[in-house]
Write a protein of this length. Structure first.
Length: 70
């Protein structure tokens, strides 16, 4: 995350597979309390905690559903 201007935080995300993209998501200061309140909902908080403690080292790849017969 990097500050831009007076009240904007920008998250930079780079993807590499299947294409190389540079994505940006921005938050204004007034949006941060809303995001924090949303993250403190019990179901979301439980999911965040579960994800942090049960990260798989080698997650199973999803099955390819594309039809290769074309």
């Amino acid at each position: 995350m990097s500050p831009v201007g007076e009240d904007l935080l920008v998250l930079h995300i780079k993807t590499h597979d299947p294409v190389e993209w540079h994505l940006r998501a921005a938050l204004e200061r007034k949006d941060i309390p809303k995001v924090l309140i949303w993250m403190l909902k019990p179901t979301i908080l439980f999911h965040i905690i579960r994800t942090l403690f049960y990260i798989k080292k080698n997650p199973r790849e999803l099955e390819d559903i594309m039809d290769k017969s074309i």
